[in-house]
Design a protein around this ligand. Structure first.
Ligand code: SF4
Length: 665
């Protein structure tokens, strides 16, 4: 018999769609969008209905604890009981702590599930109590934008995305909305149908750029220059809101001293744009209101990323675009929720002086022989570092260390799990309760299990509850139920909950995170939460934390000197899920042995003649089985089909995923 259940998408995506899940017996047979969340309104991306049933029920699903019986990375495991798994972890980790101290243990987790419980609750209590090395996870993705926001506005929320519909000018800056923020797309189209304008700032001719009234394909890493040039041009046109700046902006003079030297011509030269296009953008921004800017994660993937984001955030402050519906910035959504991480994650349990690692450096730390104490045990969960981190080969070397004890927790077998000594089966979010506070919209949602736990899988919360018990952590916080954790995750006294405890929020509708019943609008009912109480273009927060009081610009050439006639050195990009970098020599032979040659090259665009020829010579054209290639992609040009620029990038090949072992104990 088929039944339908409400749920929420847990993926690392700003939209956080509400779902309707069709279950037949105990299997998920269909997933579609639901209207419980008015923002996502029944629409969702293609990957979730297509991939999730296989993820939950497929052959790679982990259903029992496993112990490694082959070499690291060899994918040979034997099934073990939960008791044996917990005993092994306790024995090995306790010995490491006795010899090296608790900081020799490192959690290596990221944003697999975005539920507040699965994402970081009992697990963090466990590591905080242990005194394990802390991990700063933000820098892997989104952290730069968050820091730029905090430094400029503090913990104030920007406008909710639905307000875009009321704008007369929409700017998608480094935000590939049709792929990564798709519910904004129909709002933009509504603006354009009503006569409004769309500006897209993105080095690539992304899909939404085809609809743009103006596409600015700037050079990667030059956003800060464009932001400064726009600020200077707004000033030249007399379009600055002097009264607003006087009352609400800190650091105007210092900021403009950096911006004024960037004339349209100089900025155009640096950004690789037409000066007339920058001028047109400035004119529209000066004359069209409300104007909404949505800043994506694209900027922070480059040199000067944080400075670029700050320069974009400065524009509505300078031009007086805040305080009206549809005006300002569609960012900072996370601050509209009354989250209480101090209660949920218990950072007060962390021993004083505990070190913190930047997640981006995790691979380096795993390979650092001088580290004191060294990392001797790692817990990998909510994460697949082998395919997500920069420098995969370094990460692989680190995880392959024979003296490293690795515990893995995941829903399905991954590349990283294959390097773990003990693998614990986690529930998918369809198998446990959770709360969802989005980072791209203003709706709070709760979900309950729609199917029973598969095999012996357990929710993350229960896995770490059992680990805490095995390690002898007897404080009451380690016995908290999932309902109690939900009540610790969100302030139950928040009036928007209407007296309903977070653990009792209905699952068939989303709760609007309004301000006194109205949409949050910066400078109408929300105000900067910075030390000065103003928008800080000179940021005391960023100065203290990074000595970056003001944005700065470092040309790409300062990092990557030209290589003469060969042209600029291709920029090494951070790894992406499912992407492997080329390897040479013995490593390449190992790749070949492991089946890397079965990967299929998946160019993102058309290869130019040289690389097409080279690709064909290697027998690696699109769809041909082949190893890794470095290709050169042609971007479709913004106007008239003329070639304007090329970006150097790696052609992609899929890395074969380990299979679930058949060996039994
Ligand atoms: S659009 Fe984002 S939130 Fe919605 S289903 Fe897809 S990944 Fe999940």
């Amino acid at each position: 018999m088929k039944t339908e259940h409400a749920s929420v998408c847990p993926l690392d995506c700003p939209d956080t769609c509400s779902l309707t899940v069709t279950v037949e017996d105990t299997r998920i047979v269909a997933i579609r969008g639901s209207r419980a969340n008015p923002f996502t309104d029944g629409v969702l991306c293609a990957k979730v209905p297509r991939a999730f049933p296989e993820f939950v029920h497929g052959e790679r699903r982990l259903r029992t604890p496993l112990k490694r019986v082959g070499a690291k990375g060899e994918d040979r495991f034997a099934r073990i009981s939960w008791d044996e798994a917990l005993d092994t972890i306790y024995t090995r980790v306790s010995a490491i702590i006795a010899e090296h101290g608790p900081q020799a243990v490192m959690p290596l987790n990221y944003a697999g599930p975005h539920g507040l419980l699965a994402g970081g609750s009992m697990d963090l209590r466990f590591f905080h109590r242990m005194g394990a090395t802390l991990l700063d996870r933000g820098p892997l993705c989104g952290g730069i934008r968050t820091e730029a926001w905090l430094g400029t506005f503090g913990t104030a929320a920007g406008i909710r995305p639905e307000q875009i519909a009321q704008a007369r000018l929409v700017v998608a800056w480094g935000n590939n909305v049709t792929w990564s923020n798709l519910h904004i797309t129909p709002l933009i189209q509504r603006v354009r149908r009503a006569g409004g304008k769309l500006v897209v700032v993105d080095p690539r001719r992304i899909k939404i750029a085809e609809q743009a009234d103006l596409h600015l394909p700037l050079r990667p890493g030059t956003d800060v220059v464009l932001g400064w040039a726009l600020a200077a041009e707004l000033e030249r046109r007399g379009a600055l809101d002097r009264a607003f700046i006087e009352r609400w902006v800190a650091g105007f003079d210092e900021y403009m001293a950096l911006a004024r030297p960037w004339t349209l011509a100089r900025a155009a030269e640096t950004c690789g744009l037409d000066a007339a296009d920058i001028a047109r953008f400035a004119e529209w921004y000066a004359t069209l209101s409300p104007a909404a800017i949505s800043v994506g994660n694209g900027l922070e993937r480059n040199q000067n990323g944080g400075s670029g984001i700050r320069a974009v955030f400065a524009l509505p402050a300078l031009a007086g675009k805040f305080g009206v519906a549809g005006g300002g910035l569609v960012n900072g959504a996370r601050y509209v929720f009354s989250k209480t991480p101090q209660r949920l994650q218990r950072p007060d349990l962390v021993p004083p002086g505990t070190r913190t690692f930047n997640i981006v450096d995790a691979g380096a730390h795993l390979n650092d022989p001088r580290l004191a104490p060294p990392v001797k045990a790692v817990f990998i969960y909510n994460h697949n570092p082998l395919v997500v981190h920069p420098d995969q080969n370094r990460m692989r070397r680190g995880l392959a260390r024979e003296d490293l004890f690795a515990v893995g927790v995941d829903v399905a077998m991954t590349d990283s799990m294959a390097y773990c000594d003990v693998v614990l089966p986690a529930c998918s979010h369809f198998e446990h309760d959770d709360l969802f506070a989005a980072y791209g919209q203003h709706w709070l949602q709760r979900a309950e299990p729609v199917i029973p736990a598969q095999g012996e899988a357990l929710p993350n919360t229960e896995i770490f509850r059992r680990l805490a018990a095995r390690f002898g952590y007897t404080e009451p916080c380690f016995r908290a139920t999932d309902a109690e954790l939900m009540d610790d995750a969100i302030d139950p006294a928040d009036p928007r909950l209407g007296g309903v405890r977070p653990s009792r929020i209905p699952t068939d509708r989303a709760l609007a995170m309004t301000v006194d019943g109205e949409d949050a609008i910066l400078f109408k009912n929300v105000f900067p939460a910075t030390p000065s109480g103003k928008i800080e273009l000179v940021s005391s927060y960023l100065d203290k934390k990074y000595r970056a009081a003001l944005p700065s610009f470092r040309p790409a050439a300062a990092r990557d000197p030209p290589r003469g006639r060969q042209g600029p050195r291709p920029r090494q990009r951070p790894a992406r899920a499912g992407v492997e970098r080329p390897r040479r020599g013995a490593a390449a032979a190992e790749d070949h042995r492991r089946g890397a040659a079965r990967g299929r090259v998946q160019p993102e665009g058309r290869l130019d003649a040289y690389h097409r020829q080279r690709t064909n010579r290697l027998g690696a054209g699109p769809g041909h089985p082949r190893r890794h290639l470095r290709g050169r992609l042609l971007q479709r040009c913004p106007r008239g089909g003329r070639r304007r620029r090329r970006l150097s990038t790696g052609a992609r090949a899929r890395w074969p995923l380990p299979s679930i072992p058949t060996t039994s104990s």
